[in-house]
Design a protein around this ligand. Sequence first.
Ligand SMILES: [Zn+2]
Length: 316
Amino acid sequence: MTTKTSCFTWKTLNPSTYRVVQNDILKELPFIYVKVYPTLLLLVDTGCGPNHCMDPTVEEKSIRSYIETNLEAEGRLTYVDPETNETKNKHWLVFITHTHYDHIGGLFEFADDSSVFISGNDRDYILKDLGCNSLCCAFNIPTPKFTVAHWLQQNEKLTFNGVDLHLESLLTPGHTPDEIALYDSEEHVIYAGDSLYEVLPIYIIETSNMIEYIGSMETLLKFVREKNEATGKRLITYSGHITDNVDTENLIVETIACFWDTLKGKAVLDKTMVMREKNLLIYMSENRNVGFMCIDTKLEEAKKHFGFEWPLPTSA
Ligand SMILES: [Zn+2]
């Protein structure tokens, strides 16, 4: 473990995977995951970036330096090339679950010498106005510049230079058009980004689409049930915030039920508020384990699409 003070915490999740949490000033507390391969390193998301530590006086603000120091201490940062006997640094593969600022804020630290993987669902969304779409503009954060090494496709089984990554990409637009989930068949987990988590509501904000979201979750549920059935094991969810150990099938079923309750006006109205000049409604399930925070027009659009008519409460 690094001995410097830092705005990160380090936890082992399974034999190949670690979780890093950034204690950031905007209280997003993003979950960042690191998976170790013999000659490669996988990073899932990059946090809010070094200028957003809750305590600005900490010594270590760099996500990359923090992770590499910890991996080195565990003897997992480098490998010996069998042909040359040279010790080499493992190459970073950086997967972005979606390009919101709290997932790409540290990406610039990897941009020069890593391979970046992003959803190929809507390339223009990323290529044309990343500054606004990522909310970097809204929070006055510099928008990271990077080159995409690979645009992910639906149900793509992933390899890198001939190495099987034991990963399958799933395009799950809804929270954003570029949201992905990633299935790790080796550890039997799903990286779910901001599509699924507990306690906090799922954000249906400026670039979200509720109609696409429910389609994505129904497809994901089918995928998860098939994998659970085929392996005899239960898939666990690694989310972008808050959740890293729950049963995926149960969480999706609960979230889908809450989605329909929200559209029917049967979910619990927790709060109304105004954010970035938009009226927001927060609806939670009865036990408050899952919910949705929706811009009113987005909810109205979905209600209309699925034929539910009732008047939305006005925001406070
Ligand atoms: Zn997000």
